[in-house]
Design a protein around this ligand. Structure first.
Ligand SMILES: NC(=O)c1ccc[n+]([C@@H]2O[C@H](COP(=O)([O-])OP(=O)(O)OC[C@H]3O[C@@H](n4cnc5c(N)ncnc54)[C@H](OP(=O)(O)O)[C@@H]3O)[C@@H](O)[C@H]2O)c1
Length: 268
């Protein structure tokens, strides 16, 4: 279990959606936070909200410390700059939430190389680099949690989200292997696979949501709750929501090509 005063959580993608909700839920328990994303104004507004002493939800002594560091994780030196900033400020997170991510909805052969590389950089490369460096620090202190936000698209890959689905599938395979490597280290490793969630994700993706998508959409609060609970329990792969749990089970039984044909129908 996370403990106020003992744990410090670094949340990437904390300026919007699921990241904001994870920050709110951890702050409500008095956990100290480092918020990162590109949009600094949003991070500062969230930090002000989370440390607003007039809110009165938790006592003064339990009020978390919230640090803001802006970083572009698509830049080739983005993850290392963030790590250097943490080191310069003597901040040693015991919790890493690899949440920053996005996908562009487009046919693979029509997507630009820049967009493809940015998707790989943020969803996969940054998560790996941050976990390599911060995970080593956690293992040396024999305490830590690493949670990566993948997607249901990793379980049932979605046509027109090919690179995104592949990047998120990497997070599952990587987490699974890493969790075994770290099983005696005191560092717990988890991955969550949310289905469609009501955030800014689909605006960024330039994807108009279908009626079915809206019908089965999760809330970011719901995803954040499942993520924190699963992470604290040491659950390896977390799938929030009964609809998606059922679908994950069915998908395992179907031929792989059917699963993606069904995903294609759901999004178009
Ligand atoms: N919403 C869904 O349907 C859904 C479903 C499954 C999985 N997910 C995953 O959930 C995670 C959170 O997404 P969300 O749904 O909350 O979407 P969102 O509201 O668009 O939030 C995405 C976050 O990622 C950050 N980000 C994007 N590019 C970045 C970059 N270059 N450098 C640093 N940070 C960057 C954004 O911050 P800035 O723009 O300020 O940098 C923002 O805070 C993502 O990994 C996403 O793939 C979402």
């Amino acid at each position: 279990m996370l403990q106020p005063g003992r744990d410090l959580a670094l949340i990437t993608g904390a300026s919007s959606g699921i990241g904001v909700q994870i920050a709110r839920q951890l702050a409500a328990r008095g956990i100290d936070l480092i918020l990162t994303a590109r949009r600094r104004e949003r991070l500062e507004a969230l930090a002000a909200e989370l440390t607003d002493r007039s809110e009165g939800q938790i006592s003064r002594s339990e009020m978390p410390t919230v640090v803001v560091i802006d970083a572009d994780l698509a830049a080739s030196d983005g993850p290392d700059r963030l790590l250097a900033e943490l080191a310069a400020r003597n901040l040693a997170p015991t919790v890493l939430i690899n949440n920053a991510g996005f996908g562009y909805f487009d046919l693979f052969l029509e997507q630009s190389r820049d967009e493809i590389e940015a998707m790989i950089a943020v969803n996969l490369r940054a998560a790996t680099i941050l976990a390599r460096e911060l995970g080593a620090q956690m293992a040396s202190r024999r305490r830590g949690y690493i949670l990566s936000v993948a997607s249901f698209a990793a379980i049932a890959p979605i046509p027109r989200y090919a690179v995104y689905s592949g990047a998120k599938a990497y997070l599952i395979a990587w987490t699974q292997a890493l969790a075994h490597e770290l099983r005696k280290s005191g560092v717990s490793v988890s991955v969550i696979c949310p289905g469609f969630t009501r955030t800014e994700f689909h605006d960024v993706a330039r994807h108009k949501k279908t009626r079915l998508m809206q019908l089965i959409e999760l809330t970011p609060e719901q995803v954040a709750r499942a993520a924190i609970r699963g992470m604290e329990r040491g659950q390896l792969v977390i799938v929030p929501g009964w609809w998606y749990k059922l679908n994950a089970a069915l998908t395992r039984l179907l031929p792989r090509s059917w699963a993606s044909a069904m995903s294609a129908k759901a999004v178009k």
